[in-house]
Design a protein around this ligand. Structure first.
Ligand code: GLU
Length: 291
């Protein structure tokens, strides 16, 4: 199988330093393996979308020299596919309807971990429902950066379709990774606990399991993950070379000082040739003040 990697941003705002890390690490890992690198816009959640964010993400990737292969896939164009596969899972008896809101769950068990209530108490036909998948076990896996992963409790019956009528991330991402024949996933470690859920769906649907690598997450001075919700500043496209060098250092790579005078393309060529995934730290105390 040809190495095929991907970057899958949600268009909830412009790229920031945290998303640059995921883009750069997945790009370099793909290119270092002479692989393909695909781009997928995860626009599943219109209320969280920011107008113009997709265009701004594509523009920034171009400015940073991160050129993708093939067509850009948009999840908003793939609802019919998600619906077919969800129907298939329901016909297998792998799913059930659930009317519990987050508040109901908190009141009942004091936790947001789903306790399987609606499995044994089917909601009335006219109730507004999510669709959950039965999950009886956990799925240990080996992460190329984080090592052996074993979760202490079984994965909850997570949602495939949300009560507000939207397809859930876990369903869409698993289908898309399989249909795009992704062999290697490199992304932020904030998604580590999504991986057993995605492996569960891969097993149910007979999909190949990709290799996983979860990079450490960059935090701001308050220790919060850099994210659009925490107002991480947008990347300055005019500082592409400096930001790539900074990202390489964050990822444990050792760019030579001479790179500071070279072009973005030269930086990426150097980084592809010297890419060492084993040098990436599992976690980082590295705090970014102004990125
Ligand atoms: N769309 C997700 C995000 O922007 C990433 C999904 C993934 O890489 O699996 O956080």
């Amino acid at each position: 199988m040809v190495y095929t990697g991907r970057f899958a941003p949600s268009p909830t705002g412009p790229l920031h330093f945290g998303s640059l890390l995921a883009a750069l690490a997945s790009y370099l890992d793909a290119r270092a393996h002479n692989g393909h690198w695909l781009l997928r816009i995860e626009d599943l959640d219109p209320p969280r979308e920011v107008a113009g964010a997709t265009d701004s993400i594509l523009r920034s990737l171009e400015q940073f020299g991160l050129t993708w292969d093939g067509e850009v896939i948009r999840q908003s164009h793939r609802h019919a596919i998600y619906n077919d596969i969800l129907t298939q899972l329901t016909e297998y008896g792998a799913t059930y309807r659930c009317s519990c809101s987050r508040q109901t769950l908190l009141k009942r068990s004091g936790d947001t971990f789903y306790d399987g209530y609606c499995r044994n108490h089917p909601p009335p036909q006219d109730a507004q429902c999510a669709i959950r998948v039965h999950c009886e076990q956990d799925y240990p896996f080996d992460d190329r950066i984080q090592g052996a992963q074993q979760f202490s409790h079984r994965t909850e019956d997570f949602t495939l379709f949300r009560r507000d009528g939207l397809f859930a991330y876990q369903l869409a991402v698993t289908i898309d990774d399989a249909q795009q024949q992704i062999t290697h996933i490199v992304r932020g470690s904030d998604l580590l606990d999504s991986t057993p859920k995605q492996i569960h769906l891969q097993r149910l649907l007979g999909y190949h399991q990709p290799a996983y690598a979860h990079i450490p997450v960059a935090t701001n001075t308050l220790g919060q993950k850099l994210s659009k919700q925490n107002f991480a500043p947008a990347l300055d496209d005019n500082q592409a070379r400096q930001l790539i060098i900074r990202a390489l250092k964050f990822l444990g790579q050792q760019p030579p000082t001479e790179l500071a005078d070279s072009s973005v393309e030269e930086c990426l060529i150097w980084a592809t040739h010297h890419w060492d995934i084993t040098a990436i730290p599992k976690t980082t105390g590295f705090i970014l003040e102004e990125c």
